[in-house]
Design a binder for this molecule. Structure first.
Ligand code: AMP
Length: 197
């Protein structure tokens, strides 16, 4: 049964590799099934591979809606997913990230590599600069992202980041907690200042 959620679209950032632990792809499938059941659209990087492919296929298999956003030059490398509800092929990485952020009400980060980290830091810093007000949740299975929490703590301790920066992203254990954390955020119109990205 499809429930209605206040979150119409969630952007998921995650790895493009299949070489990580199988449990991470299973986590992605769990998230995808929950989003489909809630009637929440998935916005993601548009590929068929890795954790990205796992979350997209789970949403589609459960009858949900998926928008992929992929630069033309990655169509081959990341196996552009032609079976998603909508596949937007854009000119470059900057356009991809701006479009993914514009289409989404919130962000969830799953395990991934350098690209995932880059996307996370960009969306965190955009929020820090007041360029958007959309909530960000990071799913941290088995402490995968613990060292990231550590470096953020080090930045705050050294005075390079304000203590509030630790509140820019919520660390949670699993997809159920990610979705309930996002649902519990103060509601109100979200915005993103695309002209300044
Ligand atoms: P990875 O976590 O490295 O597997 O990458 C996850 C996703 O991030 C892939 O779709 C990559 O294309 C994307 N990505 C890689 N590098 C960047 C970057 N500099 N900016 C934004 N996205 C990136």
């Amino acid at each position: 049964m499809i429930k209605s959620s206040s979150l119409k679209s969630i952007c998921v950032y995650c790895g493009s590799s299949d070489n990580g632990p199988a449990a991470h792809r299973e986590l992605a499938r769990d998230l995808g099934r929950r989003m489909a059941a809630n009637g929440t659209r998935l916005v993601y990087g548009g590929g068929r591979v890795g954790v990205m492919g796992a979350v997209a296929n789970a949403v589609l298999d459960a009858g949900g809606t998926v928008t992929g956003v992929i630069p033309d030059f990655l169509m081959q490398r990341e196996h552009g997913h032609h079976d998603v509800t909508t596949l937007e092929v854009v000119a470059n990485m900057h356009e991809r990230k701006a479009r993914m952020a514009e289409l989404s009400d919130a962000f969830i980060v799953l395990p991934g590599g350098l690209g995932t980290l880059e996307e996370l830091f960009e969306i965190m810093t955009w929020r820090q600069l007041g360029l958007h007000n959309k909530p960000i949740v990071l799913i941290n299975p088995d402490g995968y992202w613990d060292s990231l929490l550590g470096i953020i703590g080090d930045m705050v301790a050294a005075g390079y980041a304000r203590p509030e920066c630790a509140d820019l992203v919520h660390f949670v254990a699993d997809p159920a907690a990610a979705l309930s954390t996002l649902e519990a955020q103060p509601t109100g119109p979200t915005h993103i200042e695309t002209g300044r990205l």
